[in-house]
Each structure stands twice: as structure tokens, then as C-alpha cells.
Ligand binder design. Sequence first.
Ligand code: GCV
Length: 615
Amino acid sequence: MNDIICRTWLPYLDADIPVDLITPADVAVFELELGCDRLGGAIPELRPDPAMGESYHIFTENGKPVISGGRTGILYGAYAYMESLAAGEAIPAGVQQPFYKLRMLDCWDNADGSVERGYSGRSLWFEGGGFQWDPRRIRQLGRILASAGINVLCVNNVNVHPEAEGLIEDAGLPGLAAFAEALRPFGVRLMVSVSFAQPMRHGIPTADPLDAAAQKWWADRADAVWKAVPDLAGFLVKADSEHNPGPFTYGRSHAEGANMLARAIAPHGGVLIWRAFVYNCMQDWRDTVTDRPMAAFNTYAPLDGRFDDNVILQVKHGPFDFQVREPVSPTLLAMPHTKLALELQLAQEYTGQQVDLYAMNPMWRALGEDLPPEQVMAVAAVSNLGRDDNFTGHPFAAVNLYGYGQYAWNPRVDPAAVLRRWARLTYALPRGQEDALVGMLLDSRTVYEKYTAPLGLCWMVNPGGHYGPSPWGYEFSLWGTYNRADRNAVGIDRTAGGTGYVLQYPEALRRKYESPDTCPDKLLLFFHRVRYDHVMADGRTLIQRIYDDHFEGVEAAEAMAAALAGLDLPEPDRSEAARRMEAQLKNAREWRDVVNTFFHRLSGAADEKGRRIYD
Ligand code: GCV
């Protein structure tokens, strides 16, 4: 391991932190002494006020800084104070409190040390079938999470492989308890993904949620688990999804399934996070009636109001699966009597795999135009962390972890301000270079979008790995992910006259998406089947727009590469970012050529500008 392991938004986090700090207040004292020494500020007095919970207030009294705050609030206040010092910005005025009480990081880490959709190396805490970690890195992780304001870490993959079932069994509990203890001083509570069928490993003949023996198994297990980890946040469940077991096997609803587990953990104050990622992953591509984006709404909207109080339904932000651009999931707008969590993905599965740049705050902020932040009561994000020295693979991918924390604390935060703050805290570049870096991050999503799948079409990625172009890679598959491109047109008609998907939206959104004239260009092919000669609002035909976007996307990526070369970044970040940018350029050109050639061959339409398209 290198001496300087990570360069985070707080420049002194590379320093070691002692093992004997027990409470967030202990950590706050340590951080303030170290940070103020490094950053050159007055060490504030800490005034704990348990009633303040996660809130804090930084103020001046008799010319001296004071931080008051609750148990974790005081630590958040300490980080906020030092961020302000490091960024040379004003200290936030008044009492600061998080918008969302649950700010979760879902880790798809497997007990064998691999990470599903992980692009930053192996797991930081699993190896060889169970917990195994480097205490120094886990304390660093704790500081990173706390300084981002994340308060729940789900330790294992939602696809619970047999080894991971052991985490909540007697032999696994000491490991879970030790890991919980390691992160407790940072105000981070653990959560565990569990398999719905787990009782059947223990001689219970069924996992039917209405079966008394299955119910008792879960209640007894919960007693044992919470005895070992009294502050465990809860269980997370992926049921009846992508071959995971669930209540459908027994003809039961997802409310019956979730409530059974919720009742087992309720006496311990546990929360049951139930994922809404349910769809038919064995679809016949010839079936043009089933429309995958409609699945979650069809399953869950009729169950609104039927979940117990400690159940939170966790819904991905779009109706598909973290594609480059999707409309808001209609399920999130259809369940006023159900507690909802919004699920985001920091791991860049479909968005460049931490090779291509893709900063996410602008996307989350735009989501807020259709999804008022109050509509959900919690947020979760699939982690982008791993064992790489810099934790996130691409050194700039840390912006998404930091930005997620900022968003979870205040979903109305200005994305440009978040990106600038991260850039300033991490690199302290001269102003012109800082502007260049922020500009690059702000544009990164649009650039990526332009050179990949056009205009909301989705799923043109290589199957399985999900990196690189393959326009028909998912076309004749089981996953319900079709573009139905032919020589005249592309896209699926999801209007009332088509699959009817648009009818799942409330009136205003339905009207916006229903007509190609009012549907935003960027989502045109998500909602409509459009002829290549369709004239778009800007006067260009659809086919010309596809060509133009792909050429422009590559040009913009080339401009980003030039801008990156002009940044005086410290090593190893400079070399690492340059290496990845080279790969991004290769990827962008590949996407441009494959997608343009695909549509050129199908449509036979020439590019008006006569640029090179391969036949
Ligand atoms: C953890 C997609 C991903 C899977 C992931 C799944 C999910 O299908 O490709 O790797 O499984 O989403 O969110 O459960």
C-alpha cells in the first residue's frame, strides 16, 4: 500500500487515525486538531447537544468558533468547518440538518471479495468468503463516508450468494459485529442484504411469508442478529428479481413478503428496504406487448398503502436500469401512502465504468424537476468504492460519492457548486484550471450521452459487461430491452396507442411525453417510434441528429482530453486520469462509428455533411 492512499476532498485524510476513538465526538476532536493544524484555522470548541441528532450549528462566541451538534451532528459540523477552511468559503450559517434521514450506500460486494459492477478493485472488507479488512483503510473509509454525510452502509450485494447468507448466521455474526464497531465512530450503521429463501437452508420446508415456521425462523434470526449488532439499520431485499427467490413463488404479494420480514425486525427498530426492481427477465423478444419499463408500476402501485410502517420501497430512478438517460420512474409518483427510497447508481455500470467521465449531480438535480424531493423519504446509491488506492478507480469518480453525500443532505443543492467544491477541495488548482475541470465535469454526462445510445434509446451496450457499443446486443435477448430498429424507424411506441407506458404518469408528465412535439428530444426515442426522416424541433431529421450527436460527442471528448492535459494535477492522479482519458477517446470513437454505421446501413440515409461513416 502507498503512503498516500487517497486524495479526497479533505486533503489531510491520508493521515492515520488512532484505533481507540469510540464516538463521533472523539473523531471530531481528532479531525479538528489535525485539520486545523494542516489548514491553519482556530480549533472550535465542541458543544454536544444530544437533542440535535444529526444537525449541527457553527457559530462564533466571544470571537471563538463553536460547533454545537448531536451525536453525529457534531462530527458533520467538524467536517463542514474544515471544508469551509479548505475551500476558503464562508461557514454555513444557522442550524444545518440533512434533508433525508437515511443516506444509504448499497455495496454490491460479495463475500469472496469480488464486487458486482465494481470498477475500483476488490471489496474493501470481504475476502475469502467473509469479512477481512485492513483496519487503516476501513478507518479511512469511515472518514470518507462521514465527511460525505453517509450514515448507512449495506455491506453485501443484493444478489445474495450462498456465502453471504452466512453473514447473518451464528458463525458470521462476530464478523458483522466487528465491522459495525469499526464504522460506528463515524456515525455509519450497517445494513445487510438477505435472501428471501434463507430459512430453507435451515430445514424450514418453505419460505412462504404466510407460513408460521418461516416467520418464526426470521423472528429468531432477527433476535440473534440484533443481539450481535444492536444498531443494525435493517435488511435489504431483492426478491423475485433476476432469478432471486421471493413471495411470487408462493402466490403471495410483495406486500405480504415485505411485511413478514418487517415484522421480524420491527421489535429491534430495524428498517426493511424492499427493492422494486421487478420485471420479467425471460421475455421473448417476439412479444411486443410486454414492456419492461411498465413492470415495477404494475407490481407495486396496486399495493400502495399496504406496506408496514418500517418498510421502505426502494425504486431505481428510472423505469429501466440506470441507463444514460431515462425518464423518472412512474412508480415513484404513484405511491403516496408508501414510504419510498430513491435508488441511484454511483458505480458507472452503463455510464462509462469509471473510465469515461460522467459526473452525476446535474442528472440528479434534473430528476428533481419531475420528482419533488419530498416524494421520497430516503436515498440509496450503489457504491463506486473498491480497494484501489484512490478508492474509486478514476480519481475524478470520487466526485460522485462526494456529490451524492451533498445531494442526500440537500437535494436542491446547485450541481455546479458541488462539482466546484469537490474540485477545489481535492486539487486546489489555479482558478482558470479549476474552471476547466469544473466545465469538464459539468459537461461530462452530455458528452457521454452524445457518443453513446441516441436520444433516450438505451441498451445499445455490449451484453453482460455493459461497456462499449453493440446496437443489437440486447435486441433478441430475454431482458426486455429492445430498440426494434428497422430500415424506416427506431424506438418503441410507449404512448396510449402503443404499449401504454405513458399512462402510468400523472397528467402533466403524461401530456409532456405523449406527443413527439412536446417530448424533450433527449427522451424522444424512449417514448416514441420515430421515422428517420422525422423533422425534429431544430429542423434536422432524426437520422441527421443521430449522426451529428455522435460526431459532436467525439469532438467534445477530444476537447476534454486537451483540457485535461492542461491541468497541473498531482501524481498519480495526473497519469491515471490521462490513461483513462485515452481509453475514453477510444471508446467514444468506437461508439460513434458503430452506431452511425448501424443506422446508416439500416436507413441508407447519407450524412448531410459528408463525414466518414463506415459501410
Ligand atoms: C446487482 C442490473 C445489473 C445487475 C444488478 C441489478 C440490480 O441488472 O446489471 O448487476 O444486480 O441491476 O440492480 O439488482
